[in-house]
Design a binder for this molecule. Sequence first.
Ligand code: DC
Length: 250
Amino acid sequence: MGRGGLLRRVGLIRGGPPVGYSPHLSSEPVHPAMIIAIDGPAGAGKSTVSRGLAKALGFLFLDTGAMYRAVALKVLESGADPHSETQCRAVAERHRLSFDSAGKILIDGTPGEPDVRSKRVEEIVSAVSAHPRVRAVIVARQREIANAAHGVVAEGRDTTTVVFPDATLKFFLNASAAERARRKALEVGKPEEQARIEQDLRRRDTLDSTREHSPLLQAADARVIETDGHTSDQVIADMLAHVRAAGAKS
Ligand code: DC
């Protein structure tokens, strides 16, 4: 049996082209239908690391948060009520979400950046993304996008548990609240606000892990990566080693 057949039998390949080679991983084979799911608390560096990992592997970066932000943006623009599940779901169903080759969100084919990062969106995205019927629409679209891609790095709080429970590899990126606050304070250029930011993060952690729908949970089969004291490049290199090992085992 060929390599593709074996991979398919153990459930690692979901159709798509035969085994390929990533230009960034020397000559080691990486099967192209891999789904790598990355989860973790706010501020653990998920976004930078996931984007970097996707780039290194030549995979699609599936920024699940950007999809909820896109729905929130369209809720605002259409004058829908962010607290109405019915209205938010109708908005989610009305627009086609996808990603460009750089992993940036497209709404009906039009770039959603930078509007999806606006303060107005920030204020309502939590309410919009909490509606189970909105989540159902978005999760279905996430799976559709992953099925059509030849390899995906999916980042977001429910990707390892709800969206892709059978992902080839799962990572839970962690960092202490103090370290996450330190990074965030540096990022926004306000080191003096580290203590306040740490308090906010701890509050968000509690909210995220206790909310009713798709709370932040650590999948039992996720590899926990502690990022305190490591640069994003070091974390990506560590993850690439796991990806190679997963490829070698299959
Ligand atoms: O990761 P982010 O800040 O871009 O996420 C934006 C919002 O969407 C935030 O309120 C968390 C929510 N979200 C979610 O509910 N499920 C996901 N898989 C990703 C993000």
